[in-house]
Design a binder for this molecule. Sequence first.
Ligand SMILES: Cc1cc2nc3c(=O)[nH]c(=O)nc-3n(C[C@H](O)[C@H](O)[C@H](O)COP(=O)(O)OP(=O)(O)OC[C@H]3O[C@@H](n4cnc5c(N)ncnc54)[C@H](O)[C@@H]3O)c2cc1C
Length: 498
Amino acid sequence: MSYDVIIVGAGVVGALAARELSRYDLRILVLEAEPDAAMGATKANSAIVHGGFAEGPETLKGRLCIAGRRAFSQLEAELNFGFRVTGSLVVSFDADNSRLEALYQKGLSNGLTDLELWAGAQAREHEPHLNSGVTGALWCSGAGVCSPWDLAYAALENALANGAELRLNQKVLAVEVLGPGSGARWRLSTDDHTYETRFVINAAGLGGSGLDALAGITDFPLTPRTGEYLVFAPGTGDLVKSVIFQLPGPLGKGVLVGPTYQNNLLVGPDARNDSPQAGAELRDTHTDRLAALVAQASRVVDGLDLKKAIRSFTGIRAAALTGDFVVGPADRLGKPGWHRAIGIQSPGLTASPALAKLLVEGLAADGLPLVHRTGFDPYRSPLPAHLSRRAPLLPFPEADAATRLDSADPQRMVCRCEQVRERDLEEAFSRGVPCTTVDALKRRTRAGMGWCQGRFCRPRVTSWLEQKLGRAVAPEDDAARSGLHRVEGKELWSLLKG
Ligand SMILES: Cc1cc2nc3c(=O)[nH]c(=O)nc-3n(C[C@H](O)[C@H](O)[C@H](O)COP(=O)(O)OP(=O)(O)OC[C@H]3O[C@@H](n4cnc5c(N)ncnc54)[C@H](O)[C@@H]3O)c2cc1C
């Protein structure tokens, strides 16, 4: 099978690059190792659309963060993935606020016009639960929160509707160059297919340096840097209005307290460099790290209700030695047609729309002809009310009664906490990006993300999906049954009580 461009990795960067390329008359393929898109850093991060003051204009991160942030409102209008402006605060406990002032100046030098330095009292007026120890804050009114995996699904859906192709369960295991010189083509092999292309985009996240190595490129090794989080029950996001950070440290932006797009309270992440040799255990969570998160978050806000903590998870940053994004063609390394976006740590989500554009500009400069596709439609087909989180929740007894509707009734409720009906599973299942795991349906519909964390709905969703697929669902494809150790349920509550 032969393509103009193959993108390896269906995270937010690969998905938006595919969508950007689908504006043009090209054969585009996205290859993803996992059974669903958005399974890397894109599904486990803080989901903040950052203001753009933490990195300066001398870094790619700084420049692309601002350009990406400016694209989010338009993207939300086109793709309807879930983005809202909340504003952000960086709070300080210092006697003098020179570190906040330095961040403010960096923001100004990036061209930001929505920053203000506040005294502690002013910050508490805005955020009544802010701790009395806060002495000052940097307010950024344009920062926000989004639903990161929905951004990837939405971009892919739109790219597929505009002619791109996506193949899941296709881990690239071997790379060959066919023919010499600048007209060379690449052959990418998985365990059951081979694909040929003129241009490759390596958007493989943490797998990016491994993929580069298959092409003989070894200049940017990546280190996994894990960050653990605690998520609180639906509705708890009301404790704060905006995302609240502490002053950044050497390993990143530090522990934040903020609402998610769906209004859960989120606390985290911490940061620990791990071994590149480590495996799936990197996604485990640990009582000592979660306890430290709680201590740090309690320093920032009063009134954390630990009884409402429902889940812990770990995100893995792909840290490059330079600390900056690595983006563009590798032709100076003698690899014409090989492009990459690796080392995409925070603010990679915010920067992703700008990263996608930069990648496409790089391909064009490298000889990819960009002829506009006739009929390109930037709009994703509209989501029904529940999937776009616009429908109000029913009282619990009504939701419970709806679980007992006839099995042929699409209104039958499968998840009482998040109030997901069979018609919502059906809609998610048929939108274009394949859904073959319970987790894939969970991320698209929120079935299993509520108070009971899937105890009620997992068997129902599993049986619905198995009926739909006509086969059993592999247990290891779903986080709850994959052998991951996440501190959860009773263990989490007793830790937090202690
Ligand atoms: C803890 C944490 C907090 C963060 N918080 C924020 C934030 O608040 N705001 C922000 O802007 N950014 C944040 N980020 C950064 C952001 O999440 C990432 O920059 C972004 O998700 C990276 O997307 P990606 O597409 O490059 O990589 P990924 O999402 O990791 O996608 C890479 C994909 O490539 C696939 N893949 C790998 N190897 C292969 C192969 N050989 N063959 C086929 N497929 C392959 C993987 O399965 C994966 O799906 C955070 C990141 C972390 C980890």
